[in-house]
Design a protein around this ligand. Structure first.
Ligand code: CS2
Length: 510
């Protein structure tokens, strides 16, 4: 019988980077697969070169799914790197302690107050920032936020935990850095705003507010690695490759990129030695990531769900999906931002195509399609407004919104198919309420856009709403392919984009 992965069974040759020292210098909130395959790996690699007390104290938000097996394995786990040229496994050993934030929020607060800790990294998803999608401000009316604002309340939301932690830390005056690793536009600035708004709304003392505003930095970052959910097959593969039983391995692609602003008030690991990049052009990298990868990912996901494709690779395998995505990239997304200097666009598109098409990743379309109400606001809104304000029409972005509607709040009589049931949509009830009694696709789409999830600047655009409605109508009557072809024909991209991404050289992942 294969032995369980742990300190005594760790296959040393498989260690990725260095083992962390006992002292922890980083707190992480959102201990899931993405963090474990991304920041944790870059940290292990940085410590192998430059050392440092950068062990990680990790908190899962609410579930023990990762924490329990990690504890049973001395906090070790493996990364199963899935590439078509071969599958490799390596072990990460940087977590020194783990907990579940929702069960013990006081432990999170105490960790943030501990002067030994100098950095908090976050992977709490778009939803975790408690922002009102329409205004971008802290959602003070959200019942959980409102409860957290009460004096003495144990924090239940991520932003409240951070704010209360900083409040507790303020007495020491020790500098600190909060690093958002989520796909939000200007994620550092957005986190800072939410935390400062929370402290203000909670009536924190001026000293505390001043400490959070001046001694705590919130660098903007761009994070990128495709990391699907773990299955039993991944554990079996690790056992074959490493000869140990790992109940919580992380499957991932080989590509990994992390670009950060170098603004760390309390010091940082030498992450540049571990494959990360410090750059003053984070904003441009963020646009590349959010608009080219994430926005397209959402479109691939919804078109895939509607055509019965369980994974991103299966969806990407359809010619009409590739055409729609590449057409959208060229017509609706690329014109909306400036690329980082020296950026090789064609190589990047070829690489994206290869990443989406990787058949070993098994990234579920329903997973990428989940939480669309908070993801699409980040991925599409500003790009759509860019075109609309210049007299254009972003047909493929409208298609993405129409496909999301068809999957999550389908018009009466339309069946989006069985995969749509697996999509988690926190705003579903609100959307169902909003469309109750809608008369036809136009009315249906209009009501969804008016439901307060999108900023009024976009929701109020009659032309955009009408386009979403037209495409929803085509989709409902003739299917996802017909709607995508209609968007392509209107945009004049048609089959032109299909060849993009093929043949060009592949850029190196960090
Ligand atoms: C995906 C992202 O689930 C999603 O919405 O678009 O998680 C994506 O895989 C990562 O951002 C890639 O870095």
């Amino acid at each position: 019988m294969t032995e369980r992965l742990g300190r005594s069974t760790l296959p040393r040759r498989a260690l990725i980077g260095a083992s962390a020292p006992a002292r922890t210098g980083i707190v992480h909130l959102g201990l899931g697969n993405f963090h474990r395959a991304h920041a944790a790996v870059h940290t292990a690699r940085a410590m192998a070169v430059a050392g440092g007390d950068w062990g990680i104290r990790g908190f899962a938000f609410s579930s023990g799914r990762v924490v329990e097996p990690m504890r049973a394995q001395d906090h070790l786990y493996s990364i199963l790197q899935l590439t078509e040229d071969g599958v490799q496994a390596g072990v990460v050993d940087v977590h020194r302690d783990t907990g579940i934030a929702a069960e013990d929020p006081a432990a999170v607060v105490a960790s943030l107050a501990d002067p030994a800790h100098r950095i908090l990294t976050l992977t709490i998803s778009e939803l975790g920032y408690s922002r009102d999608g329409a205004t971008g401000r802290l959602a003070v009316d959200d019942p959980r936020v409102a409860a957290d604002l009460r004096p003495g309340a144990a924090p239940s939301t991520g932003i409240a935990m951070i704010a209360r932690g900083l409040e507790a830390r303020a007495a020491s005056g020790e500098p600190f850095t909060v690093v958002s690793c989520d796909n939000l536009q200007s994620n550092g600035a957005a986190t800072r705003t939410a935390v400062l708004e929370f402290l203000q709304a909670a009536g924190a003392s001026p000293d505390v507010q001043d400490y959070a505003a001046s001694a705590v930095s919130f660098p903007n970052t761009m994070v990128d690695r495709i990391v699907p959910a773990t299955t039993a097959a991944h554990s079996r593969r690790v056992a074959e490759l490493l000869g140990v039983e790992d109940a919580c391995p992380v499957p991932a692609e080989d590509f990994s990129m992390w670009v950060m602003e170098d603004d760390f008030a309390g010091g940082r690991p030498a992450w540049e030695q571990g494959g990360a990049v410090f750059s003053a052009e984070v904003g441009a990298y963020e646009m590349v990531k959010l608009r080219l990868l994430n926005a397209s990912h959402s479109l691939i996901a919804y078109l895939g769900v509607l055509t019965g494709r369980e994974t991103i690779a299966e969806s990407w395998n359809q010619d009409f999906v590739r055409e729609a995505v590449m057409g959208g990239i060229r017509a609706d997304l690329l014109p909306t931002f400036a690329l980082p200097s020296g950026f090789d666009l064609e190589a990047h598109l070829a690489q994206l195509s290869r990443r989406w098409g990787n058949p070993l990743i098994g990234h579920a379309t329903a997973q990428v399609g989940s939480d669309g109400s908070s993801k699409l606001v980040q991925r599409l809104t500003d790009a759509a407004l860019h075109s609309l304000e210049r007299g254009g029409m972003p047909h493929h972005l409208a298609l993405c919104v129409a496909a999301w509607i068809a999957c999550t709040v389908p018009p009466a009589g339309f069946d989006p198919g069985p995969l749509a049931e697996r999509i988690a949509e926190p705003a579903r009830e609100r959307l169902i309420e909003a469309v109750r009694g809608a008369a036809g696709a136009q009315d249906h789409a209009r009501r969804v856009l008016d439901a307060g999830l999108f900023p009024p600047a976009l929701a109020g655009r009659e032309d955009f709403a009408a386009r979403v409605a037209d495409l929803l109508d085509v989709l409902v009557r003739h299917g996802a392919r017909a709607a995508a072809e209609e968007a392509g024909a209107a945009e004049g991209t048609g089959a032109a984009g299909a060849s993009a991404g093929a043949g060009a050289g592949i850029a190196e992942g960090a």
